[in-house]
Write a protein that binds this ligand. Structure first.
Ligand SMILES: [Zn+2]
Length: 54
């Protein structure tokens, strides 16, 4: 197996992760009731189905 090293990504990989209080787009979609705005087709405790775009 070849080990791929991407030195140009190292600062990103080692930088502190910013904690967004609102969460990512998936967290927001899961919490939102506005399914049309978030393009959410289906949401349950185990799955979230979203469109890429309109
Ligand atoms: Zn999230």
């Amino acid at each position: 197996m070849d080990v791929l090293f991407t030195p140009w990504r190292y600062p990103y990989l080692t930088s502190p992760k910013s904690e967004n209080a609102e969460g990512c787009i998936f967290c927001k979609a899961a919490q939102s009731k506005r399914t049309r705005d978030t393009l959410t087709l289906y949401c349950s405790n185990q799955a979230l189905v979203m469109l890429n775009h309109t």
